[in-house]
Design a protein around this ligand. Structure first.
Ligand SMILES: Cc1cc2nc3c(=O)[nH]c(=O)nc-3n(C[C@H](O)[C@H](O)[C@H](O)COP(=O)(O)O)c2cc1C
Length: 188
């Protein structure tokens, strides 16, 4: 870990404003509050879309969580992945063999991104849904839906990595919502 020194490559050329984490020092980069904040803000420079993962709880209550860690994993077989925080109230859900859906949010669904990013028992109140495979709710108005079954789940630090096997896709082709620098954004 270094302070706000200018980062330089092996030849001494300047490569960035700050070199925050230096794994060569063998230090835990998440060792201090400042390091955690800078790690998080560096990760936030990677622009993503925004999804809402939906499923049904064991007592068949609709469950949903806003997620930006979604990504492609495999084309054949078709697999996707995402990660869920250990302190999420949905952490115990999304078990292997559970059906779930990736709802890719559209530019006009910022309200849903915010609504599903807070733990609450009534996240679905007033939310219009389609009936997906195995009764999993699909949020009306999304860009694309990937209906999946949890194929595997792996521990990864303070998150679990969830691998989904894709069973059905609806590609509506709308403009997506974006997430960058800790803020929801749209193109333009
Ligand atoms: C844009 C955005 C992206 C997020 N991505 C993730 C993510 O990939 N994984 C995760 O566990 N939480 C993510 N969160 C945080 C959860 O949505 C948030 O903690 C939510 O309260 C979890 O709800 P729950 O505790 O009811 O499951 C994200 C939040 C926002 C706003």
């Amino acid at each position: 870990m270094t302070g706000p020194a200018k980062g330089r490559n092996a030849a001494g050329a300047e490569i960035g404003r700050e070199l925050v984490i230096d794994g060569r020092a063998g230090m835990d980069p998440s060792g201090s509050e400042d390091a955690r904040r800078q790690f998080r803000s560096s990760l936030g420079q990677f622009a993503t879309g925004v999804t809402c993962m939906t499923t049904l709880s064991p007592n068949r209550e609709p469950t949903g969580i806003t997620v930006s860690s979604f990504n492609s994993l495999s084309l054949a077989p078709p697999l996707i992945l995402w990660s869920i925080a250990g302190n999420s109230t949905s952490f115990a859900g999304f078990q292997v063999d559970d059906p779930f859906a990736v709802n890719v949010l559209s530019a006009d669904q910022e309200d849903l991104a915010t609504k599903f990013a807070r733990p609450a028992s009534d996240k679905f109140s007033g939310v219009k849904v389609h009936d997906g495979l195995s009764g999993v709710p699909l949020l009306v108005g999304c860009v694309v839906y990937f209906e999946c079954v949890v194929a595997a789940r792996y521990p990864g630090g303070d998150h679990d990595i969830i691998v989904g096997s894709v069973r059905r896709i609806f590609n509506i082709g709308k403009t997506p919502l974006l997430f960058h620098g800790g803020a929801l954004r749209t193109f333009g």
